[in-house]
Write a protein that binds this ligand. Sequence first.
Ligand code: AMP
Length: 438
Amino acid sequence: MGTRGSTRTRNHNPGLAGGGAGGGGRYHRPPVPNLRPPKGTDDVLPPESRTWRQVLRAWDDWSERFGYELVMTPLFEATDLFERGVGESTEVVRKQMYTFEDRGGRSVTLRPEGTASVVRAYLNAGIQGEWKGAYSGPMFRYERPQGGRRRQFWQTGVEHLGTERPTADAEVIELGYRFLVDLGVPGVEVQINSLGDAVDRPAYVAELTAYLEARRDQLCADSIETMAVNPLRVLDCKTCAPILGDAPTPDQHLGTEAAEAYEEVKARLAAADVPFVEAPRLVRGLDYYTRTAFEYVGGELDIAQVALGGGGRYDGLAEEIGGRRVPGVGLAMGIDRIIVALGEAIPAAALDGFVVTVAGRNAESAGLVSQLRRAGLRVDAADPERSVKSQFKAADRSGAPTTIVVGDEWDEGLVRTKRMADGTETDIEIQELAAWLS
Ligand code: AMP
């Protein structure tokens, strides 16, 4: 932080400058903070965090298998980027952004999603042609928190830029599907739709608007508001769904090229053994989608949060944020919801072995722990200064399947191992230990 920052800190935080509680100076100490994390945010601790690691590793693995390299963009951006790149008519931009003025008077916003930033980064780097990037990190939206709907939440996603080929759409959809199935999310379903091209949209929107206007007095208040800014999105309203059964849908109004592209996406999915259902009313929350739109549902979540992820094609986005025309397709997976969908089961221990040290064997024990870690094993040890009994308690708590005791057997080149599940003890040669544990 620069000089200016620290000056301010001193002004605002005089407790540090010697005020002290009730110190009688003209400064007051700031109130003691609440130890709970802010509303709609979470601390993720072990053992639940084991599931997070497992899921994020699976994401890295699957996105690499599909040829997506890592891209990292800032957690905050100029507010304009999201206003233009997500769209002013969206719920996200109208109601959910964490926007503030920084100390230099710029309006910045904590990123509510990843796509606009990745496309900005692609344009800014002067990349030409086809390019594939994967991201993973926290996003921020001011929402009414509930399970699986948070104010800070984690998305992983990919963007495939610089191509209009429907094979890219199918590949993106397949990646998300494989990821969810590999994790073991129950009942994964891929829903797809085509929203048509920008040129097809005005005629369709006119027809839809006329249809909605005729039923205005039956629509919910939210839908009436949405209708004024983006009529398409009314199709997505769960409350109004029963009265909109015969509404015109985008897939019935595709131009020739969009229709052909949609057929090819479906054919490619079938060829890759990705089951899908067509969902003519699926429109997605963000403004910039053209042609393909899709979502993944699954798990045992209530209706407000069934979408585990989704995405689509956004051929107009790059121009919308001030660049040249760059077609693109991408997806975003909601990791918080995927964790909920996976249920309560916590993955097995995060350790392969736990080392207990008999008095006088600290050096041997420390050397062994280091050697096992270098051999690729996940190993931890208790404080060797504590009693063996209390070290064994720590071994139990660690959840490691095997405890390794470094004691007097060491002089014969052995350590004693104990299988925690049934108490079986076996002496193992130190040289063999790493292989034996794995
Ligand atoms: P979106 O960027 O709105 O298309 O969302 C993509 C996915 O991110 C959704 O399907 C959700 O799984 C997840 N997601 C969106 N908003 C939230 C939120 N507030 N809390 C948790 N997950 C979210």
